[in-house]
Design a protein around this ligand. Structure first.
Ligand code: GLC
Length: 433
């Protein structure tokens, strides 16, 4: 198996992950109130005092994590990752190390516990995003990303700030997250920017942190943003899709997960108009799996505690497609290289079932031709995945073949109906010998 090199290193803790392929990211915090990007403090250079107006009024009265969990499950997502604390420093759980937390706002309760429970009850695995950056903590020194970066008074106060105190806080909170919520499946740290006026592994004490985590929960997967080369269980391309599967320096495939937004912002952004079309998002999932990757698709709930209607629409769209097509996603990976992908299509492969999945992204003129001996030697049956109807392996007529110039017999064509079936992306399931 292509993952064998990785497995030796990670103890098999990524096995479930590369099988499940599809998760939900949730960015939720005080920034859902200004509703104009989770970086609003940075973008508008908002001080702690000015930002306090949100803390004093945070009250997501319509919050029902059971609804969230059900929508995620219906959409076919198998795990979720929640921002327990984002760069603003606000904590969703009842941390004993700070008062800057949900229970101290008008909402008056721990928001994380019931969320973890609800998602677990729906069978989803649990991931915690934790921001290494903290713009609220008094000992987090002002640096080039900080909201107060241009405020000289605040810069001067750095002399009295002690980043070690912040680091202790960070480590204590991670310990808390790993001891108060049962087994956690993913820890998603965000992010390092070492070098001048930035922060990296020395500031976070990344190695020490990693050692503690491995002691507390040896099976938790950790992302690659601790600025500790070689420490990540998975890579995290963000806001772009890799051109091909990611590999290590010896050319072995590595575990990766693209994290993507519906519209651009991660936190709820009321006025953002750049929402992606549902079928584009679906193609992004297929694209990830066809390159050995996962997709973590983000929702930014509102300040009342609900998923925006546009997010709900897109999740419902996934639910409709995944119900019938999960087989081309779960347990699937990049097709072996001898199976060349026909134009306008995307291929995934399930090595256990020994089937190829041809996702038809652009509906063709009647035939799709697959070239190469791998196809002619090994494909023995084909059907649509959405309705299990046979697809004839007989392709072009001999007189058409003569004009086809495809290089002799080393290809097979399939004959498709004239009109595209009524599913967003039709999939042909190819049974291999
Ligand atoms: C970035 C951003 C952040 C977001 C994250 C998700 O690093 O700082 O707002 O949470 O990406 O990948």
């Amino acid at each position: 198996m292509a993952n064998s090199a990785k497995k030796k290193v990670d103890n098999g803790r990524t096995d479930w992950f590369v099988h499940d392929r599809f998760g939900m990211f949730i960015h939720w915090g005080l920034y859902s109130m200004p509703a104009r990007h989770e970086w609003v403090r940075h973008n508008e250079k908002i001080s702690n005092e000015q930002y306090q107006k949100y803390f004093g009024r945070f009250n997501p009265d319509l919050y029902n994590p059971k609804d969230w969990a059900r929508m995620a499950k219906d959409a076919g997502m198998k795990y979720f990752v929640i921002t327990t604390k984002h760069h603003e420093g606000f904590c969703l759980w009842d941390s004993k190390y700070t008062d800057y937390k949900a229970p101290k706002t008008p909402c008056g309760k721990d928001l994380l516990k019931p969320m973890v429970e609800a998602f677990r009850n729906e069978g989803l695995k649990v991931g915690f995003y934790y921001s290494l950056i903290d713009w609220h903590h008094p000992h987090f020194t002002v640096d080039k990303l900080h909201p107060m970066r241009e405020n000289q008074e605040e810069r001067k106060k750095n002399a009295h700030r002690n980043i070690k105190k912040y680091t202790d806080y960070l480590h204590s909170q991670v310990r808390e997250l790993l001891t108060k919520f049962g087994d956690i499946d993913i820890l998603w740290f965000d992010f390092s920017y070492p070098g001048e006026d930035g922060k990296g592994r020395d500031d976070w004490q990344s190695q020490k942190l990693l050692d503690m985590i491995r002691k507390l929960q040896p099976n938790v997967m950790i992302d690659n943003r601790l600025n500790l080369p070689g420490s990540g269980d998975f890579e995290t391309p963000e806001q772009f899709q890799p051109l091909e599967g990611l590999k290590d320096k010896d050319g072995n495939p590595i575990v990766w997960e693209a994290c993507q937004t519906f519209s651009g912002s991660w936190g709820y952004h009321r006025d953002e108009q750049s929402w992606r079309e549902p079928d584009e998002l679906l193609r992004t999932l297929i694209d990830s799996v066809s390159k050995n990757g996962n997709l973590l698709l983000n929702v930014g709930p509102t300040a009342r505690g609900e998923f925006d209607y546009r997010a709900q629409d897109r999740l419902a769209f996934f639910a409709e497609w995944m119900r019938r097509h999960g087989r081309s996603i779960y347990g699937c990976r990049q097709a072996p290289p001898e199976f060349k992908c026909p134009a306008g299509c995307s291929l995934t492969y399930n090595p256990v079932a020994n089937r190829l999945y041809l996702h038809i992204l652009a509906w063709p003129y009647k035939h799709i031709t697959m070239t190469g001996k791998a196809y002619t030697d090994r494909v023995e049956y084909a059907q649509f995945l959405h309705d299990g109807s046979e697809i004839l392996l007989r392709g072009l007529e001999p007189w058409q073949e003569a004009n086809h110039k495809l290089g002799g017999k080393e290809n097979i064509s399939i004959t498709l109906p004239q009109t595209k079936p009524n599913v967003a992306v039709p999939v042909v399931e190819l049974f291999l010998k």
